[in-house]
Write a protein that binds this ligand. Sequence first.
Ligand SMILES: NC(=O)c1ccc[n+]([C@@H]2O[C@H](COP(=O)([O-])OP(=O)(O)OC[C@H]3O[C@@H](n4cnc5c(N)ncnc54)[C@H](OP(=O)(O)O)[C@@H]3O)[C@@H](O)[C@H]2O)c1
Length: 333
Amino acid sequence: MKIALVGATGIVGEATLRVLEERQVPIARLGAFASRDRKGAVQFRGETLDVLETTQERLQGYDAVIFASSEEASGTFAPPIAARGNIVIDNSATFRLQSGIALLVPEVNANALRAGQRIFPVANCTAIVLCVALAPIRNSVRLRAVQVATYQAVSGAGRAGVEELLAGETAVLSAKPEPEAKAFAAPIAHNVIPQIGSIGPDGYATEESKVRAETRKILGLETLPISVIAVRVPVRYAHSEAVFFQTERRASLDELSEAFEKAPGIVFHREGIVTPRDVEGTDDVHVARLRAEDESGTHFSMWVCGDQVRKGAATNGVQILELLLERGMVHAS
Ligand SMILES: NC(=O)c1ccc[n+]([C@@H]2O[C@H](COP(=O)([O-])OP(=O)(O)OC[C@H]3O[C@@H](n4cnc5c(N)ncnc54)[C@H](OP(=O)(O)O)[C@@H]3O)[C@@H](O)[C@H]2O)c1
């Protein structure tokens, strides 16, 4: 299989290269692309590869193109690739909410895959982590409502986000003036910021609207009441989420615990806590601190952590590619 990766020099692009290697995806040729040409800028399976500026012509001849770049690049380059009958896997938000396009999180909704789809968006990273954690509840006792507060790592804003945290921390610790906030709405070092994206007329920030709409789409619960507050925290990798949920039918903590233990892609902690640093660089979503909120048997809460660059982007994209290989929608040779 011939694969192109657009955005190979970014945080998600680099993680995608590692995940393709680790999962031994059968790739005969990998083309690495970004916004400009660079000699020997990335490593893949022990080889140093040149990175090329992305152009329409250069993206021809690949069975599948993975985008880990920008909405603008996906919007420009993806449709002609799909029109030629090739596969697009896209980490941007460009196509996620289009009707007729399945938003796949393979552990949660692989059954939504239909023949003929060529563009496969990878959902918002926070929504992916949330949906993996909510799927066992939806499948066993059904979901009535969800409220979630997210604690999102700076790498969610790409390399620029990580660099802004490091520069801010260095300045604070050396008592120097902090650099102006660019990737975030306020200085991130030694701080938390209750705004990710711009705030719309309904009071919802863009990240919060994405999480709400995409969670409903992935879970196949288009009218699920869901409230979201998204907060940026000075953590480098892995998002955390405090999730309050109400179920349609009464359940015991034991029943829910068993559902989590059997669910694919979840590590369930009956005891103790889990933190973003524990899950950095891994692919599972971790669920801890499950508890009842009252005596009703329908009100619960839990703490969830997942590496949003891995499961929330790179790994989920590669899992989609594996699913397409399995279903014969793209061919290994
Ligand atoms: N970071 C996350 O946690 C996360 C999670 C889920 C989804 N995503 C999505 O994944 C995508 C990549 O995010 P990231 O965090 O990896 O960003 P990043 O670290 O800033 O990397 C961006 C990459 O895109 C390339 N790029 C930018 N504009 C381009 C253009 N016009 N044509 C071709 N390549 C271009 C950059 O190339 P140069 O090096 O040449 O500038 C770089 O390789 C975004 O759509 C983002 O929303 C990110």
